[in-house]
Design a protein around this ligand. Structure first.
Ligand SMILES: Nc1ncnc2c1ncn2[C@@H]1O[C@H](COP(=O)(O)OP(=O)(O)OP(=O)(O)O)[C@@H](O)[C@H]1O
Length: 224
């Protein structure tokens, strides 16, 4: 799984979200950092083929996105920043429904994810009666469903407590082999504990791409 981005730009009206972004991704786990409004969500949405850039090109395993959208989407798990599941549905019903849409034949995946993320006891409770963290964890479970080779996770740990974060990181670590996981976060400890690679955006530009241990040298006192 490799992604390549060249000269990617995206504006919303007069608001520039991404400016001439060039990046190469190989399998691994990469943190996407930057202040509010720096373009993280827009970049993740372009990578997931949910937002069409104004300029530039993206390649997935050497093939331009526009020629391979079906394959890309079948191999991509996406966690949006905002989640709003039907209030009368339960996590298990949602995951089983999405599993059917994704043609998942392997039985036990839904149970595995519910268990790995600590959702077993609320799996049959409607979303209307779940906490924000439990809803977020279900969102994370749906992204991992089907073992996608590309995981794009926007504000991965937003609203999660310490234990919930640990479960998410444990699941991601177990699932990381051979996959590309790109997650955005505002939480430096997430970055230090979870990955060795980071990309930093500022006003739509890439201002850092490299090892997290070098972040402090390049961006003293970084804290997004
Ligand atoms: N649908 C939209 N319409 C207009 N402007 C938008 C839209 N989506 C994003 N923007 C603008 O594009 C810029 C980049 O936004 P984006 O959401 O990609 O940043 P972000 O780094 O994910 O921010 P945050 O950390 O606050 O989620 C911001 O200036 C934002 O206001």
């Amino acid at each position: 799984m490799e992604l390549r981005i060249r000269e990617l730009s995206k504006s919303y009206g007069t608001q520039v979200a991404l400016r001439n972004v060039n990046l190469d991704f190989q399998p691994g786990t990469i943190a996407l950092l930057g202040p509010n409004g720096s373009g993280k969500t827009t970049l993740l949405r372009c990578l997931a083929s949910l937002t069409r850039p104004d300029h530039g090109q993206l390649w997935f395993d050497g093939i331009p996105y526009r020629r391979n959208l079906k394959l890309l989407r079948s191999q991509c798990g996406y966690l949006p920043q905002e989640l709003d599941f039907p209030h009368n549905l339960t996590p298990r019903q949602l995951l089983e429904y999405l599993g059917t849409l994704k043609n998942i034949s392997e039985s036990g995946q839904v149970d595995y994810l519910l268990s790995a993320l600590g959702l077993k006891s609320v799996a049959d409770r409607p979303f209307g009666r779940l906490s924000g963290g439990q809803i977020r964890l279900t969102g994370i479970a749906q992204a991992f469903l089907g073992k996608p080779s590309l995981l794009l996770l926007d504000e991965l740990t937003r609203g999660l407590d310490v234990e919930e974060r640990e479960r998410v990181f444990a699941l991601a670590r177990k699932s990381s082999s051979g996959r590309l996981i790109v997650f955005s976060t505002h939480d430096p400890p997430d970055v230090e504990r979870f990955t060795e690679q980071a990309i930093v955006l500022q006003q739509g530009r890439v201002i850092f791409s490299g090892k997290t241990e070098d972040l402090h040298h390049h961006i003293p006192g970084y804290h997004f």
